[in-house]
Design a protein. Structure first.
Length: 376
């Protein structure tokens, strides 16, 4: 939409970064409020506010307002994103209880559904940009959030307000070394996506086909969805830490062909290849979040790591947008390759830290050795 209004890829990246930064800051707050006050009221307010902010952002762009108010509205839109994905994962954790196999399948399926959504989102945005108007996709997004986000808010699975059990600590500690490492990996993953996406947009713009960028990016979601469904159907015997290592290592290798891309077909093939490792990596990542985060603050733990993805996208958008405008689309692709390589290196450390020992039990009975985090 911003490129179509002759703002250029640099300004578009700046506004996108503002939206993502707002989402990264607001996500953990909404997750924490959801854990403490229940999902229903928190999400209903967030959905209404987010739909209003998106509508105001579209109006500001089409009215030709300066960059500063556009950025302010983008931050507001980000702050109010209702965090349906992370809170859905928290609901799965509550519903599955102690059945770890069921929980693993549920989280895998949920992550795959995210990828399926990413198939239709960019493709639909690209089609609407070409056939209707570049702003129509954001207007549709506002409507979808308002309607289906509200339905998610009032669904019977929505947990109500929680209060600490008698004798329990009022505020369970959220952060642990394992969660910090998973958050750092999510930041790098988000940076890789954002830089690659910026490169695809810059390439499409240089070829005078900006509407094709969404369709190209949807190719990654197609292959990622297929890989996710395969992972759900055949989870394999490797533990989550091992999956985390090899999936990001494969993704690092598959990202390198972006540096040789020179046309839309090549870009489509390259991002399709990357998608083969995306969903399996996210399945392992959020599976480890469930094992590492405290049960009493699971919604917040999920939103924190999901916000890491958004924070990485915001930082990378702010950096790769101007780089692509100055040096061309390959500069953005180079940032993507560097981010995935750094994440692969960090995964070696994360693999040894996420399987943390269980916290000391307050009761005389010893903790069960197969429980890597606090008891539910």
């Amino acid at each position: 939409m911003l490129v179509n209004e002759r703002d250029g890829i640099g300004a578009a990246g700046t506004v996108a970064a503002a939206l993502w930064l707002g989402q990264a800051l607001g996500g953990p707050v909404i997750g924490r409020l959801g854990d403490r006050r229940g999902h229903r009221n928190v999400l209903l307010v967030a959905c209404a506010a987010n739909a209003a902010a998106l509508t105001a952002l579209v109006t500001a762009v089409l009215s030709g307002l300066p960059l500063a108010p556009r950025m302010a509205l983008a931050v507001a839109a980000g702050l109010t994103v209702p965090q349906v994905g992370p809170l859905a994962r928290a609901r799965w954790a509550r519903l599955a209880g102690a059945d770890k196999r069921l929980l693993g399948s549920a989280l895998s399926f949920d992550t795959t559904l995210d990828e399926v959504g990413f198939v239709f989102g960019p493709a639909l945005a690209g089609i609407l940009a070409v056939t209707v108007h570049p702003a129509s996709a954001l207007v549709l997004a506002a409507g979808l959030i308002l309607v289906f986000g509200s339905l998610f808010a009032v669904h019977p699975t929505a947990p109500g307000p929680t209060s600490p059990a008698p004798g329990a600590r009022a505020d369970v500690r959220l952060w642990s070394p394992g969660l910090v490492l998973l958050f750092a990996m999510s930041v790098l993953q988000g940076a890789a996506w954002s830089s690659a996406n910026t490169g695809v947009n810059a390439l499409a713009e240089s070829l005078h086909q900006p509407g094709a960028a969404g369709l190209i990016w949807a190719a990654m979601a197609v292959t990622s969805s297929i890989a996710g469904l395969v992972t759900v159907a055949r989870p394999g015997s490797a533990d989550l830490t091992a999956r985390l290592r090899w999936t990001i290592a494969v993704q690092a290798v598959l990202t390198l062909p972006l540096l040789a891309v020179s046309g839309l077909i090549g870009a489509t093939l390259a991002v399709s290849g990357i998608g083969l490792a995306v969903a399996p990596h996210l399945i392992a990542l959020f599976g480890l979040v469930e094992r590492t985060g405290p049960a009493a603050r699971m919604g917040e733990a999920m939103t924190v790591v999901a916000s890491g993805l958004i924070l990485g996208q915001a930082v990378a958008a702010a950096a790769s947008g101007p780089l692509a405008a100055t040096y061309g689309y390959r500069a953005a692709f180079a940032v993507a390759c560097a981010a995935v390589a750094a994440s692969a290196a960090l995964s070696v450390v994360a693999a040894t830290r996420t399987a943390a020992p269980p916290a000391p039990s307050p009761s005389p009975r010893p903790s069960s050795p197969d429980r890597p985090r606090s008891r539910r």
